[in-house]
Design a binder for this molecule. Structure first.
Ligand code: C2E
Ligand code: MG
Ligand code: MG
Ligand code: MG
Length: 287
């Protein structure tokens, strides 16, 4: 009997593996058509400077596949990386993002900073810098308003390549943020060497701010070190007023999270920026 149930469990395990494998293959195939058929779109999430207002937005990709439904970038970016499609996605994001930024600026006559997420594989791609140089040479794009986000782990695992890459894009006038900082198990001392100008404290720390005293202490240490090094600090995943107040008082420069806004379509952005300005006025009155 024991043998029988063990065997059943094994079969279930294989079935689950196969189902997972099948989904990955389906997604990989659908990405290719999805790019050709315009199934992807971008949302933008504001970054808020306390007492001042929105200082920029982060472009976040979305995919509504006709055959597979909504698929999170957490799932498909990874598959795109493993199947050689990531650079096509990155280029699509940059092209779409630049177009939408230019339209937004023409319509609202305002300077908006936009960040784009890059994959570590983009950094390795030999022609990618040349591609960026060309894209950024668009006379309607102010390179000072363009930021690239690279995860801490991608940066550290490929340190020399990342340094060279970042040196080049900074010379073009763009800025660079270290994304998901604090989870990449790197030593803090390397922060003195990175050429990134901003660190984005990972959501993990924000979530645990009032649950774990140890995590709060690590958060405090990251903020204070980054400040001493003259870096800009952005906190991600801020959902509550208590988190906002704590991080603001700790000297965090930029707050990003549902507390101010979820990622929104470009058409909704102007309204969202106005709404956030009102929210900041209310916060200031209460303080
Ligand atoms: P990320 O760059 O660290 O982006 C932050 C993620 O947290 C986003 O998820 C955002 O929607 C979510 N988020 C923001 N505020 C809150 C909050 O207050 N609470 C919670 N629970 N979540 C919040 P999203 O859009 O699903 O993206 C997930 C990840 O996928 C991103 O993490 C990034 O690594 C990757 N990604 C998204 N767009 C792109 C892209 O265009 N290119 C590449 N290479 N990666 C992308
Ligand atoms: Mg990011
Ligand atoms: Mg992040
Ligand atoms: Mg992330």
């Amino acid at each position: 009997k024991a043998k029988q149930s063990g065997r059943n469990r094994y079969i279930e395990f294989v079935d689950a593996m196969t189902a997972q494998q099948e989904r990955r293959l389906q997604i990989a195939a659908a990405i290719k058509d999805g790019l050709a058929n315009d199934e992807f779109y971008l949302l933008y999430q504001p970054k808020v400077k306390p007492n001042e207002g929105v200082v920029g937005v982060e472009a976040l990709i979305r995919w509504n596949s006709p055959s597979l439904g909504m698929i999170s970038p957490n799932e498909f970016i990874n598959i795109a990386e493993q199947t050689g499609r990531i650079n096509d996605i990155t280029r699509w994001v940059i092209e779409k993002g630049f177009q939408q930024l230019i339209t937004f600026q023409a319509q609202f006559n305002t300077q908006l900073k936009v960040s784009f997420n890059l994959s570590s594989l983009d950094i390795f791609r030999p022609n990618f810098v040349a591609y960026l140089v060309k894209a950024l040479s668009n006379p309607n794009i102010n390179t000072q308003l363009i930021q690239f986000e690279i995860t801490e782990s991608a940066y550290i695992e490929n340190f020399d390549t990342a340094q060279t890459f970042i040196g080049k894009i900074k010379r073009l006038g763009c800025s660079v943020a270290l994304d998901d900082f604090g989870t990449g198990y790197s030593s803090l001392s390397y922060l003195t060497q990175v050429q990134a100008d901003t660190i984005k404290v990972d959501q993990y720390f924000v979530r645990n701010l009032f649950n774990s005293e140890k995590d709060r202490k690590v958060t405090d240490a990251i903020i204070s070190l980054a400040k001493k090094l003259g870096m800009t600090i952005c906190a991600e995943g801020v959902e509550t007023q208590a988190q906002y107040e704590y991080l603001h008082q700790s000297g965090v420069d930029q707050i990003q999270g549902y507390y101010f806004s979820k990622p929104v379509a470009m058409e909704q952005l102007a309204g969202t920026l106005k709404r956030i300005d009102k929210q900041l006025t209310t916060i200031a009155k209460k303080a």
